[in-house]
Design a protein around this ligand. Structure first.
Ligand code: SAM
Ligand code: SF4
Length: 344
């Protein structure tokens, strides 16, 4: 199905409101901004051999000024939420300044980060002071040895201390990303549930996605989120309706638990119908889908403040090319070699 032209939508009611809406009537409030490709972990499903600079990709990630300009353009197009991701975003020396620069824009009400937690204990208080409002920490196992086997880093206790530090710094809720891996998260569901029982964590099980470099692992380890859903429902967990900027997670509650469970099932029917996010890579390309092709270069318009209108026009025009769905079901992973590349 192809609807009307995508782009900037203006409502006249005393003020002009710009929104990014695509041809399938999806509204985009949410930008995921990758600020580096570099990572110090070697997650089996992402960078099993560690980060390796690709050609010129090891230089020239978006600068602080470019980040300020690109987020300003998105904010003027209706973006309310920016997530900083990577690679490992906290490895940037100017990470705290980046948070402050994005948050300085009053239209952006949520500044979130997805982190492997490596720098969390040391940095989280300063990140919060700089304006960070939401935090996702990736934890694939609650067993220190298994955590090391998956991430290549003996940092389980450091990451756990980081989550404690986040609560001490004033976050009232922390989200945890756990990639669903056969024979890991599925068989340890009760351990995860016991962990979140007394803690205000939203534990988000993310179905393993197939990437260009991860086909073999996908065949071996992919397990459907439906399995977790059934087990949760058997244990009395109930699914709640989604908020507008929540994204595609199904969220489950249980009256005996302080924590919640999120389920992200990219292979589920209609997963893409609720898509509300766009992505910009650390090299300044607009990606319409995690599994799209090529990307639309924005960098030439990020050199000065003077190109703001042209930048907004290019971003809005790009939406005309956003497809209705990804093609993961057909095993087509687009240009995505791994998720560190345009920020998972
Ligand atoms: N380094 C940070 C981290 O790990 O939290 C941020 C970037 S990482 C690419 C973002 C998220 O994508 C992480 O939660 C990670 O577990 C997830 N991820 C990476 N590769 C994945 C894959 N093939 N399938 C599903 N999730 C994946
Ligand atoms: Fe690094 Fe995150 Fe990829 Fe793990 S998932 S290798 S922490 S970018």
């Amino acid at each position: 199905m192809q609807g009307r032209n995508a782009g900037i939508f203006r409502i006249w009611k005393g003020v002009t409101v710009s929104q990014l809406i695509d041809a399938f009537e999806r509204r985009f409030y949410y930008l995921r901004l990758s600020i580096t490709d570099v990572c110090n972990f070697r997650c089996t499903y992402c960078l099993p051999d560690g980060y390796r600079p690709q050609g010129t990709r090891n230089t020239g990630f978006l600068t602080l000024d470019e980040i300020r300009r690109v987020t300003r353009a998105f904010a003027e197009l209706g973006t309310e939420k920016v997530r900083l991701t990577g690679g490992e975003p906290s490895l940037r020396r100017d990470f705290t300044e980046i948070i402050a620069a994005v948050r300085a824009n009053p239209a952006i009400r949520t500044v979130a980060v997805t982190t492997n937690g490596y720098r969390l204990a040391r940095g989280v208080a300063a990140w919060r002071d700089a304006g960070l409002t939401a935090l996702n920490v990736s934890v694939d196992s609650l067993d220190a040895r298994q955590f090391q086997a998956i991430t290549g880093q003996d940092k389980f206790h450091q990451v756990m201390a980081g989550i404690d530090a986040a609560f001490e710094a004033g976050f009232d809720k922390v989200k945890v990303n756990t990639v669903l891996l056969r024979d890991v998260s599925d068989i340890h569901l009760d351990t995860f549930l016991a962990w979140i029982k007394p803690r205000p964590l939203q534990l988000r099980f993310i179905e393993l996605m197939e990437t260009g470099e991860g086909n073999a692992l996908f065949r071996e380890r992919h397990v459907s989120g439906e399995l977790i859903r059934q087990r949760l429902e058997q244990r009395g967990w109930r699914c709640q309706p989604r908020g507008r900027t929540d994204g595609p997670a199904l969220v489950f509650h249980h009256e005996d638990y302080r924590g919640e469970i999120g389920l992200i099932m990219p292979y589920a029917k209609d997963f893409c119908a609720s898509c509300n996010r766009l992505r910009v890579s650390s090299m300044g390309k607009l990606h319409l889908c995690l599994f799209g092709d090529g990307g639309i270069p924005l960098r030439d318009l990020l050199e000065s403040d003077g190109a703001l209108e042209a930048l907004k026009t290019r971003i809005a025009g790009g939406l005309n090319h956003k497809k209705q769905t990804h093609f993961l079901h057909q095993g087509n992973t687009g240009i995505t070699r791994n998720l560190s590349y345009i920020g998972g």
